[in-house]
Design a protein around this ligand. Structure first.
Ligand code: FAD
Length: 415
């Protein structure tokens, strides 16, 4: 029997477990996750008002429920167990650890209060247990830097009024902050032209349907090209202006040069394609310029990913998902990639009579690590649904301690 450890329970890890079981139905697959709860960015990245996208977690839940799969939540590789220990316990080990660190622009003022990376901001509105509040108030103008779908998510979440979050699982603390802000303008700024923007068209078009906000284009004459995105932007520019409290203003061909403020952000400076300086006043800025993988013990990423050849990092060590290819593609991209990697692992893996999960459990018990198994996760899931009020999505438990207590009891331990 093969024993395989997958580090990370996001889409890449869950799809991989699913495909491995199709090819190796007798394998024992252990999914290790540093948070007490599974599903990675499905739970803490995908926008809370896009519940139909988050619904894919039901598919992943069925994978974790399989007899051959064991979930080890609250087990961080690097904190609770080392990668070399896993390599000696399992026949194959897979890094499915995602890309959790916000890329930085590397310009002055990036650490001013009010400037935040999208990973941190998105984690906050999704109720991530380690997320921190943005820490600024009286936000009238917000600048969002980036021309991908995360920038659109952030703009839409900031632009919506409270009633537009019906059915969502947006974090209560974030909502209390949002309704208190006198927000008037959201600037979405891209370094390149509109034709090169990486927005998915229907996500962009959704901004034209909001109640509290309307999208405008700062320089409609400069909208060149004929892509679906350019056409949608043109339709924004040509539509009869609605009277809304908030405006979402699209700018292109502006390179950020500095965040400026006295103790907190006051303006963002840009350089235009013709070399002129452009200043946008802002009390808050969110950089949505991508993510990079974090080290996992001795495995060190280079250029934001773990170097690999078609998913293979080293003998018996593999990588999948954002940790393999960087922050690109959609959720189904991870399925295709996981399917290919599962074939490779199934071909290459031989049973080495390694102890697998029994060895991991022994090691965690010796170290007094409290881990959350699938039954424990189900207790958290049930508790969150039970807390949920009418007209709301899931009411997530907000701290890791509350999750552990719900899963295990005050002194509890999984077996
Ligand atoms: C803001 C945002 C919105 C998005 N919205 C959409 C959308 O609407 N539609 C869409 O198709 N795609 C969307 N995506 C993309 C999608 O989320 C990714 O394609 C997908 O999550 C990548 O999967 P992954 O498993 O590689 O990484 P992740 O989902 O990040 O999962 C990695 C997991 O590994 C765990 N982990 C990391 N390090 C360790 C460790 N040392 N030990 C144990 N566990 C560890 C993490 O806690 C995490 O659970 C969005 C992404 C972001 C950032």
């Amino acid at each position: 029997m093969n024993s395989i450890a997958i580090i990370g329970s996001g889409p890449a890890g869950c799809y991989l477990a699913d495909h491995l079981l199709r090819l190796l139905p007798d394998a024992a697959i252990d999914v290790l996750e540093k948070l007490p709860v599974p599903f990675g960015l499905i739970r803490y990245g995908v926008a809370p008002d896009h519940q139909s996208t988050k619904a894919v977690s039901r598919v992943f839940d069925r994978v974790l429920a399989r007899d051959q799969v064991s979930f080890f939540g609250n087990v961080e590789v690097g904190r609770d167990v080392r990668l070399d220990e896993l390599m000696s316990l399992y026949d194959a080990v897979v890094l499915a650890t995602g890309a959790a660190r916000d890329r930085r622009l590397g310009i002055p003022g990036e650490y001013l209060p009010g400037v935040v990376g999208s990973g941190a901001f998105v984690g906050w509105y999704n109720g991530h247990p380690h997320a921190q509040a943005v820490g600024v108030d009286d936000v009238r103008s917000a600048v969002i830097i980036g021309n991908g779908n995360v920038a659109i998510d952030v703009a839409r979440i900031l632009a919506k009024g409270p009633e537009e979050f019906a059915g969502s699982d947006v974090a209560g603390e974030f909502m209390a902050w949002l309704v208190a802000q006198p927000l008037e303008t959201i600037h979405v700024v891209g370094r390149r032209g509109a034709a090169e923007a990486k927005f998915v068209d229907h996500e962009l078009a959704e901004l034209g349907t909001l109640q509290r906000a309307r999208p405008v284009v700062s320089d409609p004459v400069g909208l060149t090209g004929d892509t679906p995105v350019v056409k949608t932007l043109r339709s924004f520019a040509e539509s009869t202006p609605r009277d809304t409290p908030v405006t979402i203003n699209f700018h292109f061909n502006l390179t950020p040069t500095a965040f400026v403020g006295d103790g907190k952000l006051q303006e963002v400076q840009f350089r235009s394609a013709s070399g002129e300086s452009v200043i946008l006043p802002a009390q808050m800025a969110v950089t949505c310029i991508g993510y990079e993988a974090l080290p996992c013990c001795s495995a060190l990423p280079a250029n934001g990913i773990f170097a690999n050849q078609d998913g293979k990092v080293d003998e018996r060590l593999y990588v999948v998902g954002w940790a393999k290819r960087g922050p690109t593609g959609t959720i189904p991209t991870n399925r295709v990639e996981a399917q290919q990697l599962a074939q490779r692992i199934a071909q290459e893996t031989q049973s080495g009579d390694r102890p697998g999960g029994a060895g991991l459990r022994k090691l965690l018990q010796e170290r007094n690590v409290r881990w959350v198994d699938y039954a424990g996760w189900q207790r958290i899931h049930a508790a969150e649904l039970a807390r949920t009020g009418a007209g709301r999505g899931r009411e997530k438990l907000s701290s890791a301690e509350a999750m552990l207590e719900t899963a295990l009891g005050p002194e509890g331990q999984s077996t």
